[in-house]
Design a protein around this ligand. Structure first.
Ligand code: S3P
Length: 193
């Protein structure tokens, strides 16, 4: 099996995937990509606009194409949209080349961060209980696909990022199951203190 050199962040809307992925990539000296951002660039439209104009199905098709492209890359920290886990093909591809990290946020945190956010079409105009219902349905999927689970409660972006690096170091160094992923991240020694 080919070594996994990507790190893929999954989790519900508002769990901090993009901010953490950006910082993680910076600390590891790796490239950072965000599937939603790539879709935005390609469509030259915000995610909300894509949902409004073309519907969720179209967005999921774009998401699938984007996932296919980024999963083929190496040495990249990839932030995904919260619904990426809905399609098993997405996850199969991402898991082939990357370690999957689930940023697990509590219901309270999620609601605090995304309620009424017009940039998130699946959360906007939905009641708190509707959002929690979507979240509950997804939980199982995040759990199934996660190699590493990080609880985000009460932690800032940097704390979460350092925690991920520690997990990667403990679990995936020394030519373990996935080869020496940390060995491939050259700057890690400088930041672990
Ligand atoms: C979605 C999450 C969003 C975005 C789209 C759909 C979802 O990304 O991909 O609005 O289905 O959970 P974030 O998780 O970054 O908000």
């Amino acid at each position: 099996m080919k070594n996994k050199t990507n790190i893929v962040l999954i989790g519900f809307m508002g769990s901090g995937k993009s901010s953490v992925a950006r910082m993680l990539a910076g600390k590891l000296g790796k490239r950072y990509l965000d599937t939603d951002e790539l879709i935005r660039q390609e469509c030259k439209m915000d995610i909300t606009e894509i949902f409004d104009k073309f519907g969720e199905e179209y967005f999921r098709k774009k998401e699938k194409e984007t996932v296919e492209r980024v999963a083929a890359l190496e040495g990249t920290v990839i932030a995904t949209g919260g619904g990426v886990v809905l399609n098993p093909e997405n996850m199969e591809k991402l898991r082939r080349s990357g370690i999957v990290v689930w940023l697990r946020a509590s219901e309270e945190e999620i609601l605090q961060r995304i309620s009424g956010d017009a940039g998130r079409p699946l959360a906007f105009n939905r009641s708190e209980s509707e959002i929690i219902e979507i979240y509950s349905k997804r939980l199982n999927l995040y759990a199934i696909y996660a190699d590493i689970i990080i609880d985000t409660g009460g932690k800032d972006i940097e704390t979460i990022t350092i925690e991920i690096i520690k997990h990667l170091k403990n679990t995936y160094s020394n030519n373990g199951k996935y080869g020496n992923i940390i060995g491939e991240f050259q700057r890690v020694r400088q930041i672990e203190g």
